[in-house]
Design a protein around this ligand. Structure first.
Ligand code: NAD
Length: 409
């Protein structure tokens, strides 16, 4: 599993106690549940759900719940590990978790999705909670799903408990700015990385794969800050205009998932071609494993900022390192999502509401501070990559926490 390989590599860089690395290779717990659902036609179908809880040495578990036919226990464990590192890189008092149900959400009616969510929540009730494990939306789930989860949990606990889940609509304790946060953090880190390499944003060309929540918001902000976004894509293909596109003029993915190919003034390319465009910054923000051994040598970008989770395979990483192309990793660049989830949880447990301005300002200062921590580590050793430096920052905090808490009994 990539997550375990990355842990082992970072472990050797840090010369940390191998006993702690050994503990971190395994999740603390994986809950596997059967979720019976009464379909609209009256038949009952049973789905399998998981919640992998990786490490909680620094606080409650935190991570998304996905509804997807390919959800597996192994995948949940790997994604839970990434959440542990991501929270530690951002210095959030959370550990990592991930879960989901093996189901195609498109095959469910709204009513079926709601019943499935409520029953899944009930099955997980002993292992989730605002001080225990706080789920969030992921693939196939959204703010509405999180609202059902909060309601199901609250009904059983006999107390309105918004802090059990993040990514809810603001009217029931959600945070303003949560949906745009991962894209905003990608844009902020891209801006900082450009500055680090003495590249002025106004002279920077950017290609973004995936014009969804992460990629769309990142493209709009970078354009607003002066960068020249020359290419964007969705699942159907890419559009490219060397003179620059206007990302604001393209309908958001949530409103029209096929809007990208409707940009008539631009040249149409495939997603593969977008990845090899001669641009300053490439932002893969659609799905995992798109930069591989097969295309890493054809990438012409000067820098890669990972918007999606895991877009670069380990082999491609080695190629980019050899070619001197910096890759700013996902667990730093897209960590704005979990950071604003933390703000949402703070608002919920303190019964407060923050303004959008406060959320965005606090997010920016948290991202800049994480960027500074990673940069300091990156500069300590000329042989390490940005990914290594980011892992070292996160892992150092986790290892230290394990050392202070010890192993009981
Ligand atoms: P989304 O569904 O809003 O958007 C995904 C975009 O990618 C869409 O434009 C879609 O058309 C496109 N796409 C889908 N399959 C594709 C393919 N095979 N080739 C090219 N394009 C394809 O999703 P999102 O929330 O923006 O998430 C994108 C990535 O970012 C995922 O890896 C996700 O795990 C990660 N991420 C999301 C969040 C979040 O809170 N939304 C936070 C951190 C990381």
């Amino acid at each position: 599993m990539t997550a375990r390989r990355q842990l082992e590599r970072a472990g050797t860089l840090l010369e940390i106690d191998p006993n702690v690395v050994e503990r971190l290779k395994y999740p603390q717990r994986v809950e596997r549940v059967s979720v019976p659902l009464e379909r609209d036609d009256g038949t009952v179908e049973v789905f399998t759900g998981y919640r992998a809880q990786h490490d909680s040495v620094r606080g409650p578990f935190k991570g998304g719940l996905r509804y997807h036919p390919d959800v597996t226990e192994e995948e949940c464990i790997g994604l839970a590990m990434w959440m542990t590192w991501k929270c530690a890189v951002m210095d959030l008092p959370f550990g990592g978790a991930k879960g989901g149900v093996v189901v195609d959400p498109n095959s469910l009616s709204d009513g079926e999705k709601e019943r499935l969510t409520r029953r899944f929540t009930q099955e997980l009730r002993d292992v989730i909670g605002p001080m225990q494990d706080i789920p969030a939306p992921d693939m196939g789930t959204d703010a509405e799903t999180m609202g059902w989860l909060m309601d199901a949990y609250s009904m059983q606990e006999d107390e309105t408990t918004p802090g059990v889940v993040t990514g809810k609509p603001p009217v029931i304790g959600g945070s303003y700015g949560r949906e745009t946060a991962p894209g905003r953090s990608v844009a902020l880190i891209t801006r900082e990385a450009c500055e680090y390499y003495d590249r002025s944003l106004s002279e920077t060309t950017v290609a973004v794969q995936g014009f969804g929540s992460v990629g769309g918001n990142a493209a709009v902000l970078l354009d607003e800050w002066g960068a020249n976004v020359v290419a964007v894509s969705d699942v159907n293909g890419a559009v490219y205009d060397p003179d620059g596109l206007d990302p604001k003029a393209i309908q958001a993915h949530g409103d029209d998932p096929t809007a990208v190919m409707g940009v008539s003034s631009a040249q149409q390319l495939s997603n593969e071609e977008l990845l090899t465009l001669d641009v300053d910054v490439l932002i893969p923000a659609a799905i995992g494993n798109v930069l591989t051994e097969a295309n890493a040598n054809d990438v012409n970008a000067s820098m890669i900022v990972e918007g999606a989770n895991g877009p670069t395979t380990s082999t491609a990483d080695v190629i980019f390192e050899r070619r001197g192309i910096p890759v700013i990793p996902d667990i730093l660049a897209n960590a704005g999502g979990v950071t604003v989830s933390y703000f949402e949880w703070l608002q919920d447990i303190n019964r407060q509401g923050w303004s959008l301005e406060r959320v965005n300002e606090t997010l920016e200062s948290e991202m800049l501070s994480a960027w500074d921590n990673v940069t300091e580590t990156y500069e300590l050793d000329e042989d390490i990559s940005w990914r290594d430096a980011t892992y070292v920052v996160g892992l150092q905090r986790i290892v230290e926490a394990h050392e202070y808490r010890g192993l009981w009994p």
